[in-house]
Design a protein around this ligand. Structure first.
Ligand code: AMP
Ligand code: TRP
Length: 320
């Protein structure tokens, strides 16, 4: 089984990225050949400062490694180290109906939030399809927001297979139901672009401040509170042991505890949860050549697979 996923280097990683994609990706590296990449080509649709792109890309690689990606088991590489993927994206685009992309909700969302409509942003799902198909991927661990992109990938693979004969496998999304959409501090989906994120590797003061500013309703301290609709409780459920989750639920239902106290409890657990990863991150940082070496090895392996698949594709469509 081949497992593939990517993450954009558009800024610091947050706990939505962690629980939605990175943790499942780390768990899957034991189940097959895993390939994970820093999607720098994708980030170009919104990021235009070369130094920032370079720094962010390195930082995403660092953070992913700190969160448990094991380069002895999984391949970590930079998107742009496999430029053949843009060739495949072109080929796929020649079969992609406009309507398929016009229906993509992430594009519509971005426009609604005021991003300018460049062609790259519009055709992003085609590049993402190429990312997945060029490695003959079976399984793609992602958060729920990416589900439609995987459906588009499957549609494009089917079109290629119908047109040129069996070229591609159809990949399956792997979405963890309990972490498919991690809420941010305003209760909406956590996202850097909504400004409601809690970063994995922010410093202590910053993480505390973000947690303390989680939006709550105006239920008085003494009154019972609803755990199911509470962002505090949802986030606590991701990081606390079962018995402590049950305890917090009871204290919500009983009343007598204010949201401020629950937030403090959440902060302590969150901080503790990521402590081993912070330590690992320091260790990686101490070895100055480590990340570059991992990425170079990853690029080599990713290219081997991509080259083989591209030979198959070029032959099938008449470019060879
Ligand atoms: P992005 O930051 O958009 O590149 O997202 C990287 C990965 O994290 C994708 O698989 C997303 O689906 C996942 N992700 C991002 N935000 C969330 C969230 N709030 N809840 C669950 N998964 C998320
Ligand atoms: N679109 C994904 C995101 O924004 C990142 C991504 C790019 C990706 N290519 C991919 C994820 C291929 C999985 C597979 O989160």
């Amino acid at each position: 089984m081949r497992i593939l996923s990517g993450i954009q280097p558009s800024g610091a990683l947050h706990i939505g990225n962690y629980f939605g994609m990175m943790r499942p990706a780390v768990a899957l590296q034991a189940e097959g050949e895993a390939l994970y990449f820093v999607a720098d080509y994708h980030a170009l649709t919104s990021l235009r400062d070369p130094e920032t792109l370079r720094a962010n890309s390195r930082r995403v690689a660092l953070d992913f490694l700190a969160c448990g990606l094991d380069p002895e088991r999984a391949t970590l590489f930079r998107h742009s180290d496999v430029p053949q993927v843009t060739e495949l994206a072109w080929i796929l685009s020649t079969l992609a109906p406009m309507g398929l992309l016009e229906r993509a909700t992430s594009y519509k969302d971005k426009l609604a939030r005021g991003m300018s409509a460049n062609v790259g942003l519009f055709s992003y799902p085609i590049l993402m399809a190429a990312d997945i198909l060029i490695y003959d991927s079976d399984v793609v661990p992602v958060g729920k927001d990416q589900k439609q992109h995987i459906e588009i990938t499957r549609d494009l693979a089917v079109k290629m297979n119908e047109t040129y004969g069996q070229i591609f496998k159809l990949p399956e999304p792997r979405i963890q139901p309990e972490t498919e959409t991690v809420p941010g501090i305003d209760g909406q989906k956590m996202s850097k672009s909504y400004g409601n994120n809690i970063d994995i590797f922010g410093d202590e003061k910053e993480m505390r401040k973000r947690v303390m500013s989680i939006v709550t309703d105006s239920t008085p301290v003494d009154a019972p509170k609803d755990p199911a609709s509470s962002t505090i409780f949802k986030l606590y459920s991701l990081v606390a042991p079962k018995n402590e989750i049950a305890e917090m639920r009871e204290r919500f239902l009983k009343g007598g505890t204010g949201y401020g106290d629950f937030k403090k409890q959440l902060f302590e657990k969150l901080w503790e949860y990521f402590a081993p990863m912070r330590q690992r991150r320091e260790e990686i940082l101490a070895d100055r050549s480590y990340i570059a070496a991992v990425l170079a090895r990853g690029a080599k392996r990713a290219n081997e697979i991509a080259d083989r698949v591209m030979e198959r594709v070029r032959k099938a469509i008449g470019l060879r």
